[in-house]
Ligand binder design. Structure first.
Ligand code: HSE
Length: 434
């Protein structure tokens, strides 16, 4: 059988890794796919010194690849929303299958892209868009297909996890660690995407769609970054038996779906709380399988290439199959997607860590307890620290039971209005993940 011809658009970290893995493991990959896979064209503005492209034709124009009649599959690895969007639509229009690692593109334009792909009978595969080398899309879409998924929670941004790990383990300051993550090549071109939770929200949006069978709705995801976290809170959390992770949480409730990315306290003895450095992990809870945990490298040259090439093998196997018999893009049949709404953050439920800076007066604790109890907020634990020498204030740390976000917002406003409470109350959500 003739080899399948692919075109790689973008020869950066992931593009270079994809070329190298395809070349190095060509024989194994062909044995799996049932046909050889040949890189027939590359679009790149500059060579990648980590990649020996030999005699493979190279063009500077990505649309040469999308318009090349010889190419069966376009691999989009240029990133971003604009050019990548045009490229993918052009490739689909020309009847080509697409493999992409572009989480932003899928989270924001995925509904349109999949509709166009269905019209044209082509596949758009995107395993590498979420959690780099971890095959979590395939696991949820196929491996857990028997389950009604209850919730999933993931550490899905390596840069953020690296920063939090260094803050906790070495007491390093936020800005200093971010610089190192950028130098290591993990951070997004705009690192605010990493530290403000936007990158994680792109990935969470995709995971939630395939877990619950809902359209992609990135605009409804709640995101809160890690830029305001202090080493003091990291240490207090530790003293209470928790770790702080930047977590993406998607949960099905009767009222709707929670879709939120924010710093989160997790009990230190959970496996996922011990995922450190740039590693990623996704926990998925289904009614039949219970909780499962997927762990691995969430970024990097060859880990991400591993997912790109796995998608390519899937495309090669499925390209001759009747489109009706392929695995649906979003796991559920397109006419069976649900309109269960995404909840706004004030309608979400969580437990909370609160840090209150109070004056060292009698009765403050009683006032705090009254404000919480009047709003039906149950306290799980409380820790009062010694008076701080520099300001004479007493840090009071509380962990509540689960409560509606709108209730805790109300309680925080009342706490901040107390004469004996100074400054803002720090609030971090807590998830038990059990
Ligand atoms: N900036 C991302 C991260 C790269 O740090 O996880 C992988 O998507």
């Amino acid at each position: 059988m003739k080899p399948v011809k692919v075109g790689i658009c973008g020869l950066g970290t992931v593009g270079g890794g994809t070329f190298n893995v395809l070349k190095r493991n060509a024989e194994e990959i062909a044995r799996r796919a049932g046909r050889g896979i040949e890189v027939a064209q590359i679009a790149a503005r500059r060579p990648n010194p980590k990649c020996e492209t030999g005699s493979t034709p190279i063009t500077a124009d990505i649309f040469d690849v999308a318009n090349n009649p010889e190419i069966d599959v376009v691999i989009e690895l240029i990133g971003g929303y604009t050019l990548a969007h045009e490229l993918v639509l052009k490739a689909i229009e020309n009847g080509k299958h697409v493999v992409t690692a572009n989480k932003a593109l899928i989270a924001v334009h995925g509904n349109e892209i999949f509709a166009k792909a269905r019209e044209k009978g082509v596949i758009v595969a995107f395993e590498a868009a979420v959690a780099g080398g971890i095959p979590v899309i395939k696991a949820i879409r196929e491996g857990l297909a028997a389950n009604r998924i209850n919730w999933l929670a993931g550490i899905i941004n390596g840069t953020g996890n690296f920063i939090l790990t260094e803050m906790r383990e070495k007491g390093r300051a936020f800005a200093d660690v971010l610089k190192e993550a950028q130098a290591l090549g993990y951070a997004e071109a705009d690192p605010t995407f990493d530290v403000e939770g936007i990158d994680a929200a792109h990935k969470l949006t995709i995971l939630a769609s395939i877990a619950f069978g809902i359209p992609l709705q990135f605009d409804k995801a709640y995101t809160e970054g890690i830029t305001q976290l202090t080493t003091a809170d990291v240490n207090y959390a530790e003293a209470l038996g928790y770790r702080i992770k930047h977590l993406g949480v998607a949960r099905r409730t009767d009222k709707g779906i929670e879709l939120r990315v924010h710093p989160t306290l997790i009990p230190a003895d959970r496996l996922i709380a011990n995922v450190n450095g740039v590693m990623n992990a996704v926990m998925v809870n289904g009614d039949a399988a219970g909780s499962t945990l997927f762990y691995g490298a969430g970024a990097g040259m060859e880990p991400t290439a591993s997912s790109v090439v796995a998608d390519l093998v899937d495309v090669v196997r499925a390209m001759t199959a009747d489109p009706e018999n392929r695995v649906p893009h979003l796991a559920f049949q397109p006419d069976s997607l649900s309109d269960h709404p995404i909840l706004t953050i004030d309608a979400c439920e969580s437990a909370y860590y609160l840090r209150i800076q109070a004056k060292d007066h009698p009765g403050v604790l009683a006032q705090v307890a009254t404000i919480l109890s009047e709003r039906g907020i149950n306290i799980e634990s409380i820790m009062q620290m010694e008076v701080e020498e520099h300001d004479g204030l007493v840090p009071m740390i509380l962990v509540t039971h689960r409560v509606l976000e709108s209730r805790i917002i109300e309680a925080i406003a009342a706490l901040e209005a107390l004469d004996d409470v100074v400054g803002n109350v720090v609030r971090i959500r807590v998830e038990q993940l059990n």
